[in-house]
Design a protein around this ligand. Structure first.
Ligand code: GDP
Ligand code: IMO
Ligand code: MG
Length: 428
């Protein structure tokens, strides 16, 4: 019953969509377990590019069972539009299933996300403004509305009316803005409900049954370890649990369902939004990586902050996820960079820290310690095996393995599906 979790090992946008799409060929089920349409997962097949926000990145294989699990917060408008867009491009989406238990993002969540960011001023988090934080707040406060509630018009009306009482007080009295209209939301959302009804299922049961039958299940994380609510750079994080343990909670399976955990890491580091980023390169190196790597957000188009690979965060990711392998992406972007720097530790008040610090102040004050490695000049975008890579590139991979303490099992040398080298069989 091989269950494989793919988790972002950095601050998101590591290439999880691409790696999921590559591995999905062998998987029977592909499952999203947390986050929502804050995610932007890019998949490139031939010259065709797909940007997915809610639909799992296995959808490009006709009929593949793709599940949006209970841990995801679903914006029905985004999901309906995404499905239509895929269908228009000739993609068979008949394998998509949506959990009854997933929570629904409502217009007031998106408005609150914007208003809260405005109110934070210079302390803003740089959210994607997709309503993610406010939706998870309601889930924890037990005032959320789930897909199962949306499908029951009377239940939906009652819950919505109750919620709007409180939310509209906030809009009018705290933020001094207009209230949300119950009837307008009802009209719009009941239409979405009918569009989504055929997809809705007890997804936990589907996944557990598949595992019992020995099928291969791929859990596709969104965001990344350093954006995890508990393990990330709090409060500059998202409101869900991207880490591997989140797959159990957000898909409805037990911990024994997970056989391996692959951390997806770029060969350098990026971050979009605010918050600490010790290896950020604000000089020409950072600009070079942004330009060569096309580092602009898939969801918001914002330029991503860029910097060197950080082995401290990779070791943290290895621990908190129980990584059994790494998928190292965008190695081709480093071609022509010489020397290449890797951060091996953080220096704080004259001492090397033994672990990734929880304190934001320490993170901001610590100094990354770098090691320099020779670069390579040859184009690697056509490499089909590890032997095709220049010696300096192979040495870089080996050093990343040593510093992270995790073997590299997959390498990406370009955005397309075929620009992937599977070093070791991930479904084993
Ligand atoms: P995700 O959120 O983790 O799925 O990553 P994104 O899709 O947001 O960002 C990754 C970007 O890098 C996308 O534009 C991918 O097409 C691209 N990409 C992924 N792997 C590679 C690679 O190995 N080389 C290059 N040049 N681009 C890649
Ligand atoms: P994928 O799945 C990169 C960041 C936002 C912000 C913080 C909180 O494509 O890797 P939120 O809207 O979640 O409340 O924003 O998290 N963020 C991401 N950064 N990739 C993502 O997803 C992200 N999803 C959220 O920029 O800093
Ligand atoms: Mg992304």
């Amino acid at each position: 019953m091989p269950g494989v979790v793919l988790v972002g090992a950095q601050w998101g946008d590591e290439g999880k969509g691409k790696v999921t799409d590559y591995l999905a060929e062998k998987a029977d089920l592909v499952v999203r377990y947390q986050g929502g349409s804050n995610a932007g997962h890019t998949v490139k097949v031939g010259e065709e590019e797909f940007r997915l926000h809610l639909v799992p990145s296995g959808i490009l294989y006709p009929g593949k069972i793709c599940i949006i699990g209970n841990g995801v917060v679903v914006d029905p408008q985004v999901l309906v539009e995404e499905l239509e867009g895929l269908k228009e491009r000739g993609i068979d989406t008949s394998g998509l299933r949506l959990s009854y238990r997933a929570h629904v993002i409502l217009p007031y969540h998106k408005r609150l996300d914007e208003l809260e960011e405005e109110r934070r001023g210079s302390g803003r988090l740089g959210t994607t403004k997709r309503g993610i934080g406010p939706a998870y707040v309601d889930k924890a406060a037990r005032t959320g509305i789930r897909v199962v509630d949306l499908l029951d018009p009377e239940e939906f009306r009652q819950r919505l009316a109750l919620n709007l009482k409180e939310k509209n007080e906030l809009f009018t009295k705290v933020y001094g803005t207009s209230p949300c209209s119950l009837e307008e939301i009802l009209e719009e959302y009941l239409e979405y409900a009918e569009r989504l009804r055929p997809l809705v299922a007890d997804t936990g049961q589907i996944i557990n049954q598949a595992l019992r039958e020995g099928k291969k299940v791929l859990f596709e994380g969104a965001q990344g370890t350093l954006l995890d609510l508990d393990q990330g750079t709090y409060p500059y994080v998202t409101s869900s649990y991207p880490v591997a343990g989140g797959a159990c909670i957000g898909a409805g399976v037990g911990p024994k369902a997970i056989d391996s955990v692959i951390g997806v890491a770029k060969a350098y580091t990026t971050r979009v939004g605010e918050g600490p980023f010790p290896t950020e390169a604000k000089d020409t190196a950072g600009e070079y990586l942004r330009r060569r790597g096309g580092e602009y957000g898939t969801t918001t188009g914002r330029p991503r902050r860029c910097g060197w690979l950080d082995a401290v965060i990779l070791r943290h990711a290895a621990d908190v996820n129980g990584l059994t392998g790494l998928a190292l992406t965008k190695l081709d972007v480093l071609t022509g960079v010489d020397p290449i720097q890797i951060c091996t530790g953080y220096l704080y008040k004259g001492k090397i820290l033994s672990s990734f610090p929880a304190s934001l102040r320490v993170l901001q004050e610590c100094e990354p310690v770098y090691e320099e490695l020779p670069g390579w000049a040859d184009d690697i975008t056509g490499a089909e095996s590890i032997e095709d890579l220049p010696p300096a590139c192979r040495a870089y991979i080996r050093r990343v393995e040593e510093l992270a303490g995790v073997p590299v099992k997959l390498i990406a040398v370009g955005p397309r599906r075929d620009q992937t080298i599977e070093v070791a069989d991930i479904f084993g």
